[in-house]
Ligand binder design. Structure first.
Ligand SMILES: [Zn+2]
Length: 413
């Protein structure tokens, strides 16, 4: 049976969204957590965007050192040759790319306004794809932006052209969240039957169906013997009403009656990391997790009404489809209510060393400690919220990489 793999796009689609932001350190921590969670690939950002370059190269370096061990790190850019060349100029070691271009008539007419025809779109994609492979890309996913509103014949032509010219996957973008589960299932079934090409679902939540649409599309692909990849974001953060939520998708694939026996979620995926990943993303983005969030919301395992509480107490299976432990919940969280020493943007050496001693990290002398303290100050300047224990440990473990990641230079002439 074919597998469903997860490609998380929080660090691209999530962060490009209005009014929500992540520091480069937080983006990196998310990559590390997603790797620990067994996610197949992270779309880490924009290699053509100047302020992303040091962060992307630092993350590629982390992968080389084994600090990100299994997950592929992929960059996103437009499917135009100039973007591919700039990508490899900025990030020569990047090995995985997704390249994107609009395929629907409404977008080709509305966005390019006569500057590009359907033929131009195809040839731009092919040129970009070939350039990426020539410059060293090991895998390239070709994205059809607005695929769900693209005429089927054209979409097939586009996907087959991508396959014939060396692409590794085709990304079906439901950019406006216009599909429903039945429509996407039928469309993906037709595309995969005729192309036999691995396919990614990239679905938005404008009609509140992002997860349902993603898993239905994936099912259509695997029924045709084609691997499916679902694009997710942590806590569903993304353009407008958001993207397909990571934890909900994993739970749906694992626990829904229809999928239990027929669908294989990539076995590397560790659902138990859900709580940690969701909580960190919420903290880093500065957005609370909704009380009813699937799996990780405050009420996901809460019971009060008479009949429900009685039933849950007698046997939790009466009212719970899965256990809190399945998503990594259940451990008590300690809150320090007395004296506390912290370190950060304005911290000094004594407090800094005290904090790190508590974390089990000890420095040879003040000189060595001062170097890391300075990095901590700058890291905190970037994040503008108290640094977490994991962030502090990460900074001490990889000082050179953190230093280059935090370096952002802009000179206005
Ligand atoms: Zn998107």
């Amino acid at each position: 049976m074919k597998n469903i793999y997860l490609i998380d796009v929080t660090n691209r689609d999530g962060v490009q969204t209005s009014r929500i932001l992540l520091s480069k350190l937080a983006k990196t921590m998310l990559n590390i957590y997603l790797d620990e969670m067994g996610i197949f690939q992270s779309e880490i950002g924009f290699p053509t965007l100047k302020h992303e370059v040091n962060y992307i190269n630092a993350n590629l370096e982390l992968a080389k050192k084994g600090a990100i061990s299994n997950m592929l790190l992929e960059g996103w850019c437009r499917a135009v040759p100039e973007d591919i060349k700039l990508t490899f100029k900025n990030c020569p070691d990047i090995k995985h790319l997704n390249i994107s271009i609009s395929t629907s008539d409404i977008m080709i007419d509305g966005k390019f306004q006569g500057r590009k025809t359907w033929k131009d779109v195809q040839s731009s994609m092919i040129k970009a794809l070939k350039t990426a492979k020539e410059l060293g890309a090991e895998t390239v996913g070709v994205n059809a932006e607005d695929a769900s509103r693209t005429d089927m014949e054209k979409l097939l032509e586009f996907a087959l052209a991508a396959k014939e010219n060396g692409a590794d996957r085709f990304r079906y973008c439901d950019t406006l969240g216009a599909d429903d589960p039945i429509t996407i299932y039928r469309r993906i079934k037709e595309i995969t039957r005729k192309t036999k090409f691995p396919i990614e679902m990239h679905c938005h939540n404008d009609l509140g169906m992002a997860e349902a649409v993603s898993v239905a599309g994936a099912q259509g692909a695997i029924e045709n013997g084609v691997d499916a990849y679902i694009n997710t974001t942590i806590n569903g953060y993304g353009e407008r009403a958001g993207n397909c939520d990571l934890v909900s998708t994993m739970l749906a694939l694992k626990y829904s009656h229809g999928f239990e026996d027929t669908v294989h979620l990539d076995e590397k995926v560790n659902l138990k990391k859900s709580w940690k990943v969701a909580r960190y993303a919420s903290y880093a983005f500065g957005i609370p997790i909704p009380i009813k969030q699937v799996g990780v919301g405050a009420n996901a395992f809460a019971h009060e009404s008479g009949i429900h509480a009685d039933g849950a107490l007698k046997d939790r299976r009466n009212y719970e489809l899965y256990d809190p432990e399945d998503v990594g919940r259940g451990e008590p969280e300690l809150l320090q209510t007395g004296r506390v020493i912290t370190t950060g943007e304005y911290g000094g050496l004594k407090g800094f060393r005290h904090v790190y001693d508590d974390l089990g990290i000890h420095f040879q002398d003040d000189k060595e400690a001062r170097k890391i303290l300075e990095l901590v100050q700058y890291a905190n300047l970037h994040t503008q919220k108290p640094l977490t224990d994991d962030e502090l440990k990460f900074i001490a473990e990889h000082p050179e990489i953190v230093s280059s990641m935090l370096t952002v230079t802009l000179k206005i002439k």
